[in-house]
Design a protein around this ligand. Structure first.
Ligand SMILES: O=C(O)c1ccccc1NCC(=O)[C@H](O)[C@H](O)COP(=O)(O)O
Length: 219
């Protein structure tokens, strides 16, 4: 089974080049002002050009207004929108209809009971991104480098398409793939040398770890 890999929070040409060289299927840009990964929509529009025809460019927003989404869509021309706030299923449907783009809804998980939260979005969101709940006091709904118990995903209906996210890195990706067998994975701070600073060598190392884990499973 193919594994989708999203490298999120890109801000530089070097990090974009490393993500594409590694074989990323998705590249993410953060439009949340408090994040150290924030990029201006026009700059994301410049950066995403390198990904055309190679990886899907994902705009990550948090409870964004129509006006901000209009600006992002016009200037960045994303292939997909990731809604990473407390958007309702009605809002997801509205955004999909307004832009005609696929929407990935991020949901924070910590225990099996949290999987109930996906129900209202089934048939509306095109994909889910399952992330850890932010640590107490964090100003960021994502990009916190915190993992959740991946074993809870074993209880998920096989038809649910999702990316596993939160605290992934080269050291734990093998366990994550083994325990959850996800259709996609997403990483941000695990390939950074400091908050918001992507390390091209760390990105390369992560792809190597993914390949090694998959080769081990196939052997
Ligand atoms: O990364 C951010 O700064 C961010 C800020 C606000 C909303 C979402 C954000 N990130 C979304 C992502 O898809 C991250 O890749 C995901 O949360 C995993 O991050 P990490 O645990 O650092 O790998």
């Amino acid at each position: 089974m193919a594994l989708d890999i999203k490298i999120c929070g890109l801000k530089t040409d070097g990090a974009m080049a490393a993500a594409l060289a590694g074989g990323a299927s998705h590249v993410g840009f953060i439009f949340f002002a408090k994040s150290p990964r924030y990029v201006e929509p026009a700059e994301a529009g410049r950066l995403r050009e390198a990904a055309r025809g190679k990886a899907l460019a994902v705009a990550v927003t948090v409870d964004a207004s129509d006006a901000f989404l209009d600006e992002i869509v016009a200037k960045m021309q994303p292939d997909m929108l990731q809604l990473h706030g407390s958007e309702t299923s009605e809002r997801v449907a509205e955004v999909k209809a307004r832009y005609g783009l696929p929407v990935m809804k991020a949901l924070p998980l910590s225990e099996a009971a949290d999987l109930e939260r996906i129900k209202p979005f089934i048939g509306i969101a095109d994909r889910f991104l399952f992330d850890a709940k932010p640590p107490k006091g964090s100003e960021l709904p994502g990009g916190n480098g915190v993992a959740f118990d991946w074993r809870i995903l074993a209880g998920l209906d096989g038809g649910v398409d999702y990316m596993l996210s939160g605290g992934l890195n080269a050291a734990n990706i093998g366990d994550a793939l083994r325990l959850a067998n996800p259709p996609g994975i997403d990483i941000s701070s695990g390939v950074e040398s400091a908050p918001g600073v992507k390390g091209p060598a760390l990105i390369e190392q992560f792809f190597r770890a993914v390949r090694a884990a998959r080769d081990n499973r196939a052997a």
